[in-house]
Design a protein around this ligand. Structure first.
Ligand code: S3P
Length: 416
């Protein structure tokens, strides 16, 4: 089997969430194409509609008419989406609303204290189920400014504070020692917010007038592309070009890790789209070397660690991912899910402190994949099984619709 193809992919999920949320509070009409087509985005769209925002489909374009948000009459169901839940805490607080957030079984186990702490400091009254959903947030008394040093590298937490700051009394400052994805900062700046990034510090002033509406064609999601790129680099004689992919450096850590593994991506047609770097990228089938991935690179590969661990399973030698404890708080405990599935396929993988160690070789057993109902675990291990055994067996594929409903069609399409 080989891959030989040129593909376009659905838009970046992180940018898609932010585009719907920020267009909702902008003045005027925003037009968005290539919005991520996964279920998580439906959670964000329904949430904004429940706050009175008009969001319509005109052909392939999502048209958002910005407005003053209203208190939702029912709890907002964030489904499986951590980004929807964390970013909404900040966005709706900035509008001084009173609202409740609920989610599915997985989201209801994910930590919310990381947003409860700074928002409480800003003056929100918050009740939760011991740091978990359901959350009730009352921001009707207005918000104080905050000077916040991020205790963990998390773009969701950083974004919650940034968005809340738009409705605070005074300028807020966020200090981030480990840099996480910066799409909120980029989009806010391009919509006219008063935001300044200086090294580790972000200064943001409350809005003195509404954000400007925008038109954006969202570039392809690199986190989705990573699965097809992995298949390509693991199959000798293969070639894949992904067109108009997001190349923001806070998101392309997996391309840098592939470089350390001896695999080079070839970028062409670089452009800037609404402040975000994008371009085409080509990969070919390659010999994979093991490598050491330092802690400072982890935020830029946080969603790609499952598929990078799969690539490492085919490398010669031991690959170590340093300080990956944040993996425990994703859609599943991904550290456990990665190790379990690698071990089931005959690969020696284990935790060493907060590190993930993968002893490369070749998977020897075609085990039934355990998805843990986590889209990225399901897709990563389907790729492992296809490369090693040209077939797969898995307990559940429905979860893939969370971020990439077209996964199986694209898999078929790219085979040369
Ligand atoms: C996201 C941030 C990351 C990432 C998630 C999307 C975002 O989460 O894992 O899939 O859009 O801000 P953390 O901020 O919790 O690391």
């Amino acid at each position: 089997m080989i891959v030989n193809s040129i593909i376009s992919l659905s838009g970046d999920k992180s940018i898609s969430h932010r585009s719907i949320m920020l267009a909702s509070i902008a003045s005027g009409v925003s037009r968005i194409t290539n919005l991520n087509d996964g279920e998580d985005l439906q959670s964000t769209i329904k949430a904004m509609q429940s706050c009175g925002v008009l969001i319509e489909k005109e052909g392939d374009t999502i048209v958002v008419t910005g407005s003053n948000l209203e208190n939702p009459t029912e709890p907002i169901d964030c489904g499986n989406s951590g980004t929807t839940s964390r970013l909404l805490t900040g966005l709706l607080s900035s509008q001084h609303l009173s609202f409740s957030l609920i989610g599915d079984e997985s989201l209801s186990k994910r930590p919310m204290n990381r947003v409860i702490t700074p928002l409480t400091e800003m003056g929100c009254t918050i009740t939760s189920n011991d740091g978990l959903l359901p959350l009730h947030i009352d921001a009707s008394m207005g918000l104080d400014a905050i000077d916040y040093e991020m205790p963990i590298a998390s773009a969701q937490v950083k974004s919650a504070v940034l968005l809340a700051s738009l409705g605070s009394q005074n300028m807020c400052t966020i200090k981030e020692l480990k840099h996480s994805r910066d799409h909120t900062e980029i989009m806010l700046e391009s919509m006219g917010a008063d935001i300044e990034v200086n090294g580790d510090n972000i200064d943001i002033k409350p809005l003195s007038s509404a954000l400007q509406s925008f038109t954006m064609d969202i570039p392809a999601d690199p986190s989705s592309a990573a699965f097809f790129i992995a298949l390509t680099v693991l199959l000798k004689g293969s070639s894949l070009t992904v067109q108009n992919i997001l190349l923001n450096p806070t998101r392309t850590g997996f391309i840098d890790v592939l470089g350390k593994m001896g695999v080079q991506g070839l970028v062409s047609n670089p452009t800037i789209n609404n402040g975000e770097s994008c371009g085409d990228i080509q990969f070919i089938g390659s010999k994979i070397q093991s490598c050491d991935i330092p802690a400072h690179m982890i935020p830029s590969i946080i969603d790609e660690i499952p598929i990078l661990a799969v690539i490492a399973a085919f490398a010669e030698g031991k690959t170590v991912f340093h300080e990956v404890e944040e993996l425990r708080f994703k859609e599943s405990d991904r550290l456990h899910a990665i190790i379990k599935n690698l071990q089931l396929s005959g690969i020696n993988a284990y935790e060493e402190g907060n590190n993930l160690v993968v002893q490369g070789g070749k998977p020897t057993k075609m085990a039934k994949i355990l998805s843990f109902d986590d889209h990225r675990i399901a897709m990563a291990f389907i790729i492992l099984s296809i490369v090693a055994f040209e077939q797969y067996d898995i307990d559940n594929t429905d979860c893939i619709d969370i971020s990439l409903p077209g996964f199986f069609n694209i898999l078929k399409e790219i085979q040369g």
